[in-house]
Design a protein around this ligand. Structure first.
Ligand SMILES: Nc1nc2c(ncn2[C@@H]2O[C@H](COP(=O)(O)OP(=O)(O)O)[C@@H](O)[C@H]2O)c(=O)[nH]1
Ligand SMILES: [Mg+2]
Length: 289
């Protein structure tokens, strides 16, 4: 068989694909270098921390159009695109018959979040749900005390797994341990048990900190991506003025964000995520200092 007749392998297609992608990227950069105003807008947002390649690919197609000479339009277009890429999960009106499992790395605010959500669902919405807490954190010493404290203060029962089958609660909030591999298997078995022995829906939320660096966000996300995540929750938005790593992460992963934790106060410092809030916080970073 002559070389050129040999069937193309998957690896070769992959290589070609990568090459085309690279060509696209350098082409975009090249095109933009001939359009000063587009380049200026790219630079502004690179300064704000957005991914340069992403910006170039997005704006290159506008070179040669009437937008090219209009900075306001270029910025508006970019913000529009950002807005469309940020996905949020609305809280909705029917929150019950649900077990919400909170997973994520250590020290990022999971237990505080369980407290905040517990108060929210029990007392702060139009409908008062019957909430219970469940602690699935076997490792961290003191972890149970923290949740016990919230349970006492909020008059929300801290239940055991056996209590799930009674179907007595509208919402069960599950606090978990950190992000080690073994814990992940435990979470998987917990989800199986709930699905097999109760009629609750399972909702899995991954908690990430807005203060984490891009690589750390990615690393944690990669660990938990194996589970079927329903939503992301970002904490500690009050602790950083630079939300670019969070925004880049959201652009890349397109997972819906449900809640945002914006401080240590329980239950006050929790808000339902909206695209407006995320974008405003990102754009106004300097004004807040
Ligand atoms: N500034 C700030 N601190 C927070 C926020 N959420 C939680 N914390 C703090 O982060 C620390 C760890 O919280 P904790 O809920 O125990 O984290 P866990 O280990 O993930 O359960 C505590 O001191 C919390 O008060 C937040 O949104 N902003
Ligand atoms: Mg905890």
């Amino acid at each position: 068989m002559k070389n050129k007749d040999k069937p193309v392998t998957v690896e070769e297609i992959q290589l070609l694909r990568n090459e085309i992608l690279l060509m696209h990227e350098s082409l975009a950069k090249d095109v933009i270098s001939h359009a000063p105003l587009v380049k200026k807008v790219v630079d502004i947002f690179v300064d704000k921390g957005l991914d340069q390649k992403w910006l170039e690919k997005l704006l290159a197609p506008l070179v040669g159009s009437s937008f090219e000479e209009d900075e306001v339009m270029l910025v508006a277009y970019l913000l529009e695109e950002l807005d469309s890429l940020l996905t949020v999960k609305e809280e909705g009106e029917k929150l019950d018959k649900r077990v919400q499992i909170i997973v994520g790395g250590t020290g990022i605010g999971k237990t505080s979040l369980v407290g905040k959500l517990g108060a929210r669902y029990s007392y702060l919405l139009d409908k008062n749900y019957k909430v219970a807490f469940f602690n699935f954190d076997h490792h961290k010493v003191g972890a149970i005390e923290q949740l016990e404290h919230y349970a006492d203060a909020m008059n929300i029962p801290l239940i055991s797994l056996e209590d799930f089958v009674d179907n007595e609660y509208d919402i069960i909030l599950v606090d978990t341990a950190g992000s080690r591999g073994a814990d992940l298997d435990e979470v998987v078995s917990l989800i199986e048990i709930i699905k097999e022995s109760t009629s609750y829906k399972v909702e899995l939320s991954l908690v990430l900190s807005a203060t984490s660096k891009a690589k750390d966000l990615k690393r944690i996300y990669n660990i938990f991506e194996a589970l079927e995540l329903d939503s992301l929750i970002f904490t500690k938005l009050d602790e950083t003025y630079d939300l670019s790593d969070m925004i880049n992460f959201l652009i890349e992963n397109e997972k819906p964000v449900s809640y945002l934790s914006i401080g240590q106060e329980i239950p006050e410092d929790l808000i339902v995520a909206t695209r407006e809030y995320l974008l405003n916080q990102f754009m106004n970073e300097e004004n807040n200092e």
